[in-house]
Design a protein around this ligand. Structure first.
Ligand code: ADP
Ligand code: MG
Length: 823
C-alpha cells in the first residue's frame, strides 16, 4: 500500500516545543486564563481500547505526552527507498486506557469552569469513524458511568451555578448538525419549536456568529438539559434511518450558552460565554474510486469540510496570516468565533490502537500536531445591559440633583431649577439677551450651566437676527452686488454709479445706516442711567442755591492726595469756595453772600468748647456743606427704606413660591396616586394644577424683577453712602479749619496763608510741628462719634486711612502755626 506521507527525513518531529503555559497546565490541562495572554490550543490523543494493540508500531513516551509511530518499510519500493518510517508526536497528553472520568478531568473541566467566568470554550473530537469520538463526547447514553464530556459539562455548569448564589446565571442550549453542507436543528422536534420553514443560515454580527433559525433552549436545571441532549441524540439516530443519513458523516455541535449577572451589584456589566462541544464527522479518507452516488457526495463534503477546518487551523497557527478562511464551509463558518480567537480551545484526537488503522491514525495525529500550533487569546466576554445602565444612570442623576439641592441650600441659593428649559424659559432668556444688548438690562444673572449655555445660544440667535435685519435694511437702501461678481461690478463702474471705494455716487456718506462703535458715554445702561439720574438729583438740590453755591455731587469729591492746606485752582472745590468767601468778605465787604462773616463777633479770650463751636459752624460757614450732607443722608435713608421694602416683598414672594410649590407637589402626588392620563405623550393635568403652574411662573417672574430692583438699589445705596461719608469728612475738616482760624491762628498769619499770601505749603518744616494735646484729640474723636448717624459700615471704611492722615496733617500744621505765633 502506497503511503501518502513521503519525505526525505527518516524521522521527523511534529512536536512543538511546549511553552511554559502548557507545562503548567499539566494534569489540570488549562491554567487559569488571564485576559490578553496568548495560549496554545490543547491537543490530546485518546486511544480506543483494543485487545490487538500494535505494540510494535505505537509507542508512548514516559512523559505521557509523546507518541511514536513506526511503519514497516514498503518492500515493494525496491532497495533504494527513502520512505519515511518513523514519526514522533508530542501532544499535551496521551490518554490510553483512560476512564471517562479522567478524560473529563483532563480535557474539559477547566474549559467549562472558565466559561462561567466569561471565556468561550470549544472542545472538539476528531478522528476516523469508530475511533471513539461520540463515545468521548456524548458517551454511552444508557450507562451513567460511561457518560461523556457533554453530560458532565452540563452537570458542572449547574453545580457551579449553585455555588454562586451571588450571580443570576442562565443556561441555554442548542444542538446543531451539519450534514452535506446543510444545517439541521437536532432539537426542532420539540413541540414548542416546530419545524423551521426557512432553511437555517449562519449570521455574523459584532457580537459573534450565530445560526439563524436554530432553536435555543433555556434550561433551569440539569435534568432539563439532559432531556434536551437525549432528544438531540435520539433525533440523530432516527435521522440516520429515516433520512438515510450516516451519522458518522455529520458534524454535531452542542452549544451551552451561559449568561451571568451579578445579583448583588447593580452593575450593568454582565458576562456571556458559550461552550461548543463538537463531534466531528469521521476523518477517514474515502477513496473516490470506491464511492459513488450519495456516498461520493458525502465523502466529498466531509473531506472538504475537514480539510477546510484544517486550512483554517493552519492559518490560525500562522502568525503572519491575517486572513483566515472561515467561510469556505458551514463547519468553519459556524465555528468562526469558537476556533482560535478569544476562546479556550481543546482537541481530542481519537485513534485506533490497531495496526490496520495506522495510516488514519498517523493522519489524525498530524492534524492534532497542527492544531497544537494554534494560539488563542482567551478574553472575557463582557457586555452591557442597556436597561440596567439606563436605570443606574437615572439613579445617579437623581442623586446628583439631590446633591445639587443640598449645595444650593448651603450656599443660600434658592429656586434653582436644573431641569431642561422649556420654551417659556428660553423665550425669557432671549428677552434678557435682547435687553442686555439694548442696555436696559445691566447684567444677566448666572443661574446654572444650562442657563449659561442657553444665554450663549440666544446671543447667537439674536446676532443672526440682527445680521439679517442689517442686511435687509441695507438692501432696502442700496443695491448689493456680490463682491465676486466682477461682471456686475464692472457694469456698475461703467455706468459711473460707483466710485473707487465702491460707494454709490450721489449717496451721502454715512447716512441712512450708521455702523460702527458707539462712544462709550452714549451707551445706555440701566445702572449708569439710574446713577446719572441720581447724581442729577443730588447736584440739582445742591444748585438750588444758585451761583453762590456751585456745589454738586462731583464737587464733593475729595482727592486723597490733596492736603488740606494746598489751595486748589479747581473751581468749585469746597475749600476754595470757603476761601473765596472769606476773601470776598475781607477784601470786599459786600456781605450779601456771607452776612455772618460780617457779623462775626470779636474773638473771645478762651475758645468755646468744640461741640458748641461745631453747632455755630454748621449755622455759619459750614451751613452749605451741612445742607448737602443732610440732603445726601436723607436720600441714602430713603434708598435704604426702599431696599428694605423690596427685601420684604422678595421674602413674601419667596414664601408664596414655596407655598405654591408645595401645593403643586401635593397635586402631583395626588395625580400620581389616582393614575395619570396621557394623550399622545402629553400629560393631562387638571385645571387647579394648571393654575398653580401659571401662578408659580408668574411668581418667579415677579421674584426676578424684584430681585433686579434690589440689586440696583443696593448699588445706589453704596454710591450714596460714599457721598455721605465724603460730606461728613469735609464738614469735619472744614470745621477744624474754621475753629483754628477763629480761635487760634492770628489774623495776620491767616492772611499770609491765603492764596497769594506770603506762606506757601512746604515753608513750615513738619518736624517742628507738634501734635495737639491728648485731650483735644479725644474730644475730637468723641465729636466724630456723635456725628456718625449710623454705625460705620463697609463703605464708610472706604477712605478711613486717608481721612486720618489728612486730619493729622492738618492739626499738626495748625498747632505748629499756633506755637510759632506764641513765640
Ligand atoms: P465514532 O464516534 O468516532 O465513530 P464511537 O464513539 O461511536 O466512534 O465508538 C465506536 C464504538 O466504540 C462504540 O460502540 C463505543 O462504545 C466504542 N468505544 C469507543 N471508544 C471507547 C472507549 N474509550 N472505551 C470503551 N468503548 C469505546
Ligand atoms: Mg460518532
Amino acid at each position: 500500500m502506497a503511503t501518502v506521507y513521503t519525505g526525505w527525513q527518516q524521522r521527523c518531529r511534529y512536536s512543538v516545543a511546549a511553552n511554559a503555559a502548557v507545562r503548567l497546565g499539566e494534569g489540570s490541562c488549562l491554567p487559569s486564563a488571564k485576559m490578553g495572554s496568548r495560549k496554545k490550543v490543547h491537543a490530546f490523543v485518546r486511544v480506543r481500547p483494543t485487545d490487538d494493540f500494535a505494540h510494535e508500531m505505537i509507542k508512548y513516551g514516559d512523559d505521557n505526552k509523546t507518541i511514536d509511530i513506526h511503519l514497516e518499510k514498503d518492500t515493494r519500493r525496491g532497495a533504494v527507498n527513502n520512505q519515511q518510517t518513523d514519526w514522533s508526536f508530542k501532544l499535551d497528553r496521551v490518554l490510553h486506557d483512560a476512564s471517562q472520568d479522567l478524560v473529563y478531568e483532563i480535557v474539559a473541566k477547566d474549559v467549562v469552569s472558565q466559561a462561567l467566568n466569561g471565556f468561550n470554550g470549544t472542545i472538539m473530537c476528531y478522528g476516523q469513524t469508530g475511533a471513539g469520538k461520540t463515545y468521548t463526547m456524548t458517551g454511552a447514553t444508557e450507562n451513567y458511568k460511561h457518560r461523556g464530556i457533554l453530560p458532565r459539562a452540563l452537570q458542572q455548569v449547574f453545580k457551579m451555578i449553585e455555588e454562586r448564589p451571588t450571580h443570576a446565571i442562565t443556561v441555554r442550549v442548542s444542538y446543531l448538525e451539519i450534514y452535506n453542507e446543510s444545517l439541521f436543528d437536532l432539537l426542532s422536534t420539540l413541540p414548542y419549536v416546530g419545524p423551521s420553514v426557512t432553511p437555517m443560515t449562519i449570521v455574523e454580527n459584532p457580537q459573534g456568529v450565530f445560526i439563524k433559525g436554530l432553536s435555543v433552549h433555556l434550561t433551569s436545571q440539569e435534568e432539563d438539559a439532559f432531556s434536551l441532549l437525549f432528544e438531540g441524540e435520539t433525533n440523530r439516530i432516527i435521522a440516520s434511518h429515516t433520512m438515510n443519513k450516516n451519522s458518522s458523516r455529520s458534524h454535531c455541535i452542542f452549544t451551552i450558552y451561559v449568561e451571568a449577572r451579578s445579583r448583588t451589584l447593580s452593575d450593568e456589566k454582565y458576562i456571556t460565554s458559550k461552550i461548543n462541544l463538537v463531534d466531528l464527522a469521521g476523518s477517514e479518507r474515502l477513496g473516490k474510486s470506491r464511492s459513488e452516488g450519495r456516498v461520493l457526495k458525502e465523502a466529498t463534503y466531509i473531506n472538504k469540510s475537514l480539510s477546510f477546518l484544517e486550512q483554517a487551523i493552519i492559518a490560525l497557527g500562522d502568525q503572519k496570516r491575517d486572513h483566515i478562511p472561515f467561510r469556505q464551509c458551514k463547519l468553519t463558518h459556524a465555528l468562526k468565533d469558537s476556533l482560535g480567537g478569544n476562546c479556550n480551545m481543546v482537541l481530542v484526537t481519537n485513534i485506533y490502537g490497531e495496526a490496520a488503522q495506522l495510516e488514519e491514525t498517523l493522519s489524525s495525529l498530524r492534524f492534532a500536531s497542527r492544531m497544537k500550533l494554534v494560539t488563542t487569546e482567551p478574553a472575557i466576554n463582557e457586555k452591557y445591559d442597556a436597561e440596567r445602565m439606563v436605570k443606574n444612570l437615572e439613579k445617579e442623576l437623581a442623586l446628583l440633583k439631590q446633591e445639587l439641592a443640598i449645595h444650593d441650600s448651603l450656599a443660600n441659593r434658592t429656586l434653582v431649577n436644573y431641569d431642561p428649559m422649556d420654551e417659556i424659559q428660553i423665550a425669557e432668556i432671549n428677552s434678557q439677551v435682547r435687553r442686555y444688548l439694548e442696555g436696559t438690562l445691566e447684567e444677566i444673572d448666572i443661574i446654572n450651566l444650562r442657563q449659561i449655555q442657553e444665554v450663549f445660544n440666544q446671543f447667537r440667535v439674536v446676532l443672526s437676527q440682527q445680521e439679517q435685519a442689517v442686511e435687509s435694511a441695507l438692501r432696502r437702501k442700496y443695491t448689493l452686488i456680490d463682491k465676486n461678481d466682477y461682471a456686475a461690478i464692472s457694469a456698475v463702474h461703467k455706468a459711473g454709479l460707483v466710485d473707487a471705494d465702491g460707494h454709490l455716487v450721489g449717496e451721502p456718506d454715512g447716512q441712512g445706516f450708521g455702523l460702527g462703535v458707539a462712544p462709550f458715554s452714549t451707551k445706555p445702561g440701566k445702572k449708569s442711567k439710574s446713577k446719572k439720574m441720581f447724581k442729577e438729583q443730588l447736584s440739582s438740590s445742591a444748585r438750588k442755591e444758585g451761583a453762590s453755591s456751585p456745589l454738586s455731587g462731583k464737587d464733593l469729591d475729595v482727592s486723597a492726595s490733596k492736603t488740606q492746606l494746598t489751595p486748589s485752582s479747581k473751581d468749585g472745590d469746597v475749600k476754595d469756595m470757603l476761601v473765596r468767601d472769606r476773601e470776598t468778605s475781607n477784601t470786599e465787604p459786600l456781605a450779601s453772600d456771607s452776612p455772618k462773616e460780617e457779623l462775626r463777633p470779636p474773638r473771645p479770650s478762651t475758645p468755646p468748647a468744640k461741640p458748641v463751636a461745631f453747632e455755630d459752624f454748621k449755622n455759619e460757614r459750614g451751613s452749605e456743606i451741612n445742607r448737602i450732607f443732610k440732603e445726601n443722608k436723607s436720600i441714602l435713608n430713603e434708598r435704604r427704606k426702599r431696599a428694605s421694602e423690596t427685601t420684604q416683598r422678595i421674602n413674601a414672594i419667596k414664601r408664596e413660591i414655596d407655598m405654591t410649590k408645595e401645593a403643586l407637589n401635593l397635586q402631583k402626588s395626588l395625580r400620581e396616586k389616582q393614575g395619570e392620563y396621557e394623550n399622545k405623550g402629553l400629560m393631562i393635568i387638571d385645571e387647579e394644577e394648571f393654575l398653580l403652574i401659571l401662578k408659580l411662573k408668574d411668581l418667579k417672574k415677579q421674584y426676578r424683577t424684584e430681585y433686579q430692583d434690589l440689586r440696583d438699589l443696593r448699588a445706589e445705596i453704596q454710591y450714596c453712602q460714599h457721598l455721605v461719608d465724603q460730606c461728613r469728612h469735609r464738614l469735619l475738616t472744614e470745621f477744624d479749619i474754621w475753629y483754628n482760624e477763629s480761635f487760634f491762628v492770628p489774623e495776620d498769619l491767616q492772611m499770609a496763608l491765603r492764596p497769594g499770601g506770603s506762606i506757601r505749603p512746604g515753608m513750615m518744616p513738619l518736624s517742628k510741628i507738634v501734635s495737639l494735646g491728648e485731650d483735644d484729640q479725644d474730644r475730637f474723636g468723641q465729636l466724630q462719634q456723635t456725628m456718625l448717624p449710623e454705625g460705620p459700615d463697609s463703605v464708610s471704611f472706604y477712605n478711613a486711612k486717608v481721612k486720618m492722615e489728612q486730619k493729622h496733617n492738618y492739626l499738626k500744621t495748625m498747632m505748629g502755626l499756633q506755637q510759632a505765633h506764641r513765640k
